[in-house]
Design a protein around this ligand. Structure first.
Ligand code: DC
Length: 211
């Protein structure tokens, strides 16, 4: 069984996806990590964000199994990841890896759950279940701000809010595989719901349609 989960940053999609993976015994892939890995390498190598050829070259070398998660959650990486995600060649490179992951779950697993922006629309258009997670921008920005405060007490909420607004705009308005709700998806608004309530909604929806 394949579960596709999409939604904007800090909507709670990753947490819900991980819980679904555990409950239904599925392999889990956070596809944002692939874009972040490309962005981090570009930053480390001092590459220009507009240099799409270099971005594609870096994407070609990404291997899901060996991605180092150190340093991929910074604001600079988030920003660049969203920019290079608009380059069609980068998306094409990463698409093949994501599809391969979805089609080859780890031994002993009963399928895969992937979360991102274009899983239900492009990566796994034939997924058995598609879920779209949303939440108000301000609420998402506050969640991300609180996370960032743990490593940097000087982070300013308004800046995080503006960064998230720009990222939402880029991810939603790019030409290639924009963030969009797909037909038949369950939409869950986590703005005023606990993770457990949102997870149960997703889990019960899958269970009610599974057989
Ligand atoms: O999910 P995330 O915030 O870690 O993703 C970082 C960026 O990667 C996001 O702003 C856009 C891009 N991304 C994408 O374009 N498609 C995906 N399936 C996942 C992430």
């Amino acid at each position: 069984m394949i579960v596709a989960i999409d939604g904007p940053a800090a909507s709670g999609k990753g947490t819900i996806a991980k819980k679904l993976a555990e409950y239904f015994n599925l392999s889990y892939l956070d596809t944002g990590v692939l874009y972040r890995a490309v962005a981090l390498q570009m930053l480390t190598k001092g590459m220009n964000e507009k240099d799409s050829q270099s971005a594609e070259k870096v994407a070609r070398q990404v291997s899901i199994a060996s991605i180092d998660h150190t340093g991929i959650r910074t604001r600079a990486v988030s920003d660049l990841a969203s920019k290079i995600a608009a380059i069609p060649g980068v998306r094409q490179e990463l698409l093949t890896r994501q599809r391969r992951f979805a089609q080859n779950p780890d031994p002993g697993k009963d399928g895969a759950v992937l979360d991102g922006r274009d899983i239900g629309t492009v990566v796994c258009p034939h997924a058995d279940f598609k879920i779209f997670i949303i939440a108000d921008l301000e609420i998402r920005a506050k969640r991300r701000w609180k996370e960032l405060l743990q490593s940097d007490p000087t982070v300013i909420y308004c800046e995080v809010l503006e960064e998230m607004r720009s990222r939402d705009e880029r991810d939603t308005n790019r030409k290639d595989a924009p963030l969009a709700v797909t037909l038949g998806a369950l939409v869950i608004d986590t703005s005023n719901k606990s993770i457990d309530v949102s997870f149960n909604e997703a889990k019960n929806w899958i269970l009610s349609r599974r057989f």
